[in-house]
Design a protein around this ligand. Sequence first.
Ligand code: TGC
Ligand code: FAD
Length: 392
Amino acid sequence: MPQDNYQAPDYFDIDALLTEEQKMAREAIRAWVKKEVSPIIEEHAQQATFPKHLFKGLAEIGAFGPTIPTKYGGGGVDYLTYGIMMQELERGDSGVRSAASVQSSLVMYPIYTHGSEEQRKKYLPKLASGEMIGCFGLTEPNFGSNPSGMLTHFEDKGDHLLLNGTKMWITNSPIADVAIVWAKDENGDIRGLTVDKGLEGFTAPEIHGKWSLRASITGELVFDNVKVPKENLFPDVKGLKGPLTCLSSARFGIAWGALGAAMDCYDTALRYAKERIQFGKPIAGFQLTQKKLAEMITDITKGQLLAWRLGTLKNEDKATPAQISMAKRDNVDMALRVARECRQILGGMGITGEYPIMRHMMNLESVLTYEGTHDIHLLITGLDITGIDAFS
Ligand code: TGC
Ligand code: FAD
């Protein structure tokens, strides 16, 4: 990979909308990504290996549980800062952002929001420090977009819960010390529980052969008569809104993260277009290249403004799940289109690992699908504006 010369595009001076603290957080993560992620990420993606050593650094820069109160080891920062952090991490690689957003929004957030005080004390400080890795199990082999149909279930056996079922496509599951598992109780209500690594009958095999998120580890969660202590159950939350509140938090981070991938692709393509000579002049001097670049910076700017506004709403606790859903869908879709256009600008070089564009593009195919597919998010907006459910 050539030297990382990243210059973040900011056409509408969104910087002026940020506080000094938010800008400082951004600079710290940006510098860390340049030093720790850029030099190694391409090799990991090529080899399909997860750079597990980054967990320590991610913890040190406060990427685990930034919005969780400091008394539990979190960062206690606002949601705009969280979003900016995700943007900077995904600028490096969607897999690195995934590691941070799963740990923060899908593991620490549910323990903080739905867990007992004992669960908070047991897990949150270790998850914040990177001593423990967590994962989130909602999707099943036959229930992806419609998690309410899940088959994973547990029975109350008096002194323990007996858990059976399989979860699929779980980020970080093969290396996780604890899994947040969503399963049905004997009444058919969806409940959340923490399942610790090492319990008899609990395995987490890795899924191989991905062409996307190759520097992220994905696996299954298999529960074969696993005896889970009763105190591992989240005490109060019942129903799909338990996992869906976590998804709202993670989707918020993805709306920002996807921007980072788009910004990196655009910045790379702009620099390349100004340097690459064809027909005696830089390809940036051709109208067709300028059209691509002009449309991309316009789309990125609109995405940045959308994310910023969403962040201010979230800070005021006013962001609705449907607004978060729209921002996740549109910013990921935009980032994928930007990556494809940038890939074209680089010609043959665009398909190589010399530049980050193809890696971002392949990663974004997963980001378009996970946390609710593009089409599911269209239906969420459709339901919100018409009042008519078109899911089934
Ligand atoms: P529905 O009846 O609409 O809702 C059930 C209850 O949940 C509430 N709710 C939400 N609450 C908070 N945030 C949201 N986003 C919410 N959406 C709905 C809702 O108000 C209701 O509450 P209550 O009190 O009335 O019970 O449920 P439904 O069965 O019709 O499903 C709706 C649908 C299809 C939108 C939902 O199931 C969905 O979002 N499906 C997509 C599944 C999904 O996103 N899976 C993601 C798995 S995790 C993942 O991909 C991690 S990737 C990790 C990485 O970054 O690496
Ligand atoms: P399906 O639900 O089978 O959908 C297939 C197609 O049908 C999609 O295009 C979809 O939009 C369409 N479709 C489905 N229903 C409708 C409808 N009603 N109307 C119109 N079209 C519809 N899950 C977790 O729980 N935890 C994780 O950590 C996690 N990490 C992941 C990491 C990766 C790399 C990937 C790829 C996935 C991950 N997932 C995770 C799973 C992810 O959330 C699901 O893949 C996603 O929700 C879609 O489910 P599915 O793959 O079963 O697709």
